[in-house]
Design a protein around this ligand. Structure first.
Ligand code: B12
Ligand code: SF4
Length: 439
């Protein structure tokens, strides 16, 4: 009797000086897991970050367990201890032994500078399953494919959305197609099965995507490279998914991962929120990935409040206006209006976080201070987001030019904790800005 091919999917550890589970789940790999299962593959899922939190935060967030490791030379200047976040190596090995020998191993990747975690997971998986081909995809694989080919230890590196390329790659490796399953990519996002959240053991919130990509193209952002098209799901299909998971997993916290959640809100997010309310589905919502301030109207703000959005983050970059802006998402008066609407709707200062990017090439420190003050004046909380340079973005050449390190030589230098593109950087300066933001 012929059996369908067996795949082992792995989400590697984070290797870094800092990491926190702020609504972070490997949603890309979870989508791929359910997609491949629906096409007949037998899928085993191993997530190095699916551990109980070492310390719990609000709404299901928390600290990952950490094991201290020797700091790589590139990060020696950072006064924090380097380490492996997630499960222990012994636990990973034990879980590998429990898996039957797969026909292929599929590994995901997130931040480019977390690649040592990818290398470690691949190395151990190869020890357990010698001769089994390893395919690497995800964000690091898409943004640094050359580096990944040379250094990750994978046999094949795939860039971009995995649903589109995975079948030809599996076939090229000699895997037989599963019986009966059609082999083409999905026609639309609504044709994809729900991500395989049920495979996680320590899920404390629902990670949710109602769309992929972003129609804008800010100079520092990789969204276009990762998801070339902006696509959206049917709003009512999103509600069905929330209802499905709530019933199955009993979770009420929902974290939206969308890059452009509020775009055309009348026909998208508001339809979702109205339907949730009509069906009496109670959620507490979070937007760890920034929202566009310009789309926050009085009506949108009212709905965000009614639908219990508890963690709001607006992606603003800087409050300075004019041609020097690197994004294409804020015009005069838009932040002021958005914050006024949110306050009128009942959001308190501490509930409205405004991301300000720090450490951009040639950024004027005074401008950051002005932005921090302005956000506070407007009754919101400034949240400093540290710039991580990304190859292939419009800002990359300026990032390379202003970087204190050889940025092109090693993705470890993309680590935002290094403030690689802030020439006058010092920990005292950063601490000063952080205190100003927190005061
Ligand atoms: C949601 C999100 C977050 C969430 C959590 C994400 C998580 N899961 O951990 C939050 C808000 C916490 C977050 C935080 C940060 N993020 Co972020 N984030 C994203 C975002 C918007 C979406 C990622 C995602 O889940 N996409 C949805 C899934 C479906 O897509 P996917 O993972 O890419 O998977 C697809 C493909 O890659 C592929 N695939 C995936 N795995 C595999 C495996 C195989 C074998 C194959 C074949 C294919 C494949 O198929 C999948 C399905 O199509 C991306 C930008 C983007 N548009 O992708 C930035 C992004 C990844 N983040 C980025 C940054 C900079 C950060 C921060 C450092 C921001 C800051 N300054 O504080 C922090 C650091 C996080 C930390 N924990 O330390 C950068 C990456 C920078 C880098 N150097 O790598 C990105 C690219 C945004 C940008 N600036 O352009 N982030
Ligand atoms: S609006 Fe946000 S997601 Fe879209 S391109 Fe700009 S930074 Fe990226």
């Amino acid at each position: 009797m012929e059996t369908n091919p067996v795949l082992l999917l792995i989400n590697p550890w984070i290797y870094d000086v800092a990491a926190y589970d702020f609504f972070a789940r490997p949603l890309g790999l979870l989508y791929l897991a359910s997609f491949l299962s629906s096409r007949g593959y037998k899928v085993h899922f191993l997530d190095c970050l699916d551990t109980p939190h070492a310390r719990h935060g609000a709404f299901g967030t928390g600290r990952y367990p950490k094991e201290i490791l020797p700091t790589p030379p590139a990060l020696l200047g950072v006064p924090r201890r380097y380490g492996r976040y997630g499960s222990s190596e012994a636990d990973f090995q034990a879980r590998l032994t429990a898996v039957p020998r797969p026909d292929a191993i599929l590994v995901t990747s997130l931040m480019t500078y977390w690649y040592p975690g990818v290398q470690a997971a691949i190395r151990l998986a190869r020890v357990q399953f010698p001769g089994v081909p390893v395919i690497l995809g995800g964000i690091y694989a898409s943004l640094c494919p050359e580096h990944a080919r040379e250094h990750s230890g994978a046999d094949v590196v795939i860039s971009g959305p995995g649903e589109e390329d995975i079948f030809p790659q599996l076939a090229a490796l000699g895997l037989p197609a599963p019986q009966g399953g059609p082999e083409g990519p999905p026609l639309s996002l609504d044709d994809l099965p729900y991500p395989a959240l049920h495979l996680l053991s320590h899920l404390s919130y629902l990670p949710l995507l109602t769309s992929r990509g972003c129609p804008l193209d800010c100079d520092y952002c990789a969204s276009r490279q990762l998801q070339p098209q902006f696509r959206r799901r049917r709003p009512l299909a999103v509600v069905e998914e929330i209802a499905y998971w709530q019933e199955r997993l009993g979770l009420t916290d929902v974290a939206f991962y969308d890059d452009a959640l509020l775009l055309d809100a009348d026909r998208h997010l508001l339809v979702i929120l109205e339907e949730l309310s009509r069906r009496g589905l109670v959620c507490r919502c979070h937007t760890p990935n920034g929202l566009h301030a310009r789309y926050i109207t009085q009506e949108v703000a009212g709905w965000l409040k009614r639908a219990q959005f508890a963690t709001l983050r607006l992606g603003v970059e800087t409050t300075a206006l004019g041609s020097a802006r690197l994004d294409h998402k804020l015009q005069a008066g838009e932040l002021e209006a958005a914050l006024a609407y949110l306050q009128e709707a009942g959001f308190r200062r501490e509930e409205i976080g405004v991301y300000l990017l720090l450490g951009l090439p040639e950024q004027d420190e005074e401008e950051v201070i002005t932005s921090i003050r302005r956000v506070k004046e407007l009754g919101a909380t400034p949240v400093l987001a540290l710039y991580s340079p990304i190859p292939g973005t419009a800002l990359w050449p300026r990032a390379v030019a202003s970087c204190r390190f050889d940025l092109q030589s090693d993705p470890l230098y993309h680590n935002n904790s290094l403030f690689p593109c802030w020439p006058q950087f010092s920990w005292e300066r950063y601490t000063h800005l952080k205190r100003l933001a927190a005061a």
